[in-house]
Design a protein around this ligand. Structure first.
Ligand SMILES: [Zn+2]
Length: 134
């Protein structure tokens, strides 16, 4: 069973069919075809990641506050927008609060972005590699 719903899968498959239907029929248009396929690949990668982000399971609830040991309270979900190698993706992540410390915890937040920056870890790694080469 896929983490992406049947409706999401169908949408992705339809996108492939639509792209194929727009391809030129002449070798003279290879430049245009290359651009169309590249553009479609970027869109598909982003759409696939977005579908996955909507349906993948969040991390387990932390057992207790890391600072004081108090039981954490679930306080709903918050939207986290992250720039990734595949474009912008929004995640809905659970928020937990310690009543004693008045501190919020986002167990998935640390995995989904690099520090407090709005970029994913793979994108941050790519940027670092590129900066080393300059
Ligand atoms: Zn606490």
């Amino acid at each position: 069973m896929s983490v992406i719903s049947p409706a999401g899968r169908e949408q992705l498959h339809q996108s492939l069919d639509q792209m194929i239907d727009t391809l030129p029929d002449s070798l003279a248009e290879s430049e245009k075809t290359e651009q169309l396929v590249c553009q479609w690949l970027q869109q598909m990668a982003n759409q696939t990641f977005r579908h996955w982000a909507e349906e993948a399971k969040p991390a387990e609830k932390p057992s207790s506050c890391p600072q004081c040991g108090q039981t954490l309270q679930h306080r709903g979900r918050v939207r986290l927008q992250v720039q990734t190698r595949l474009g912008v993706v929004c995640f809905l992540i659970p928020r937990y609060r310690c009543g004693r410390c008045q501190q919020d915890y986002y167990p998935d937040g640390e995995r989904l972005r690099f520090g407090s920056h709005g970029v994913s870890v793979p994108l941050a790694q790519l940027i670092c590699r590129l900066m080393v080469r300059v």
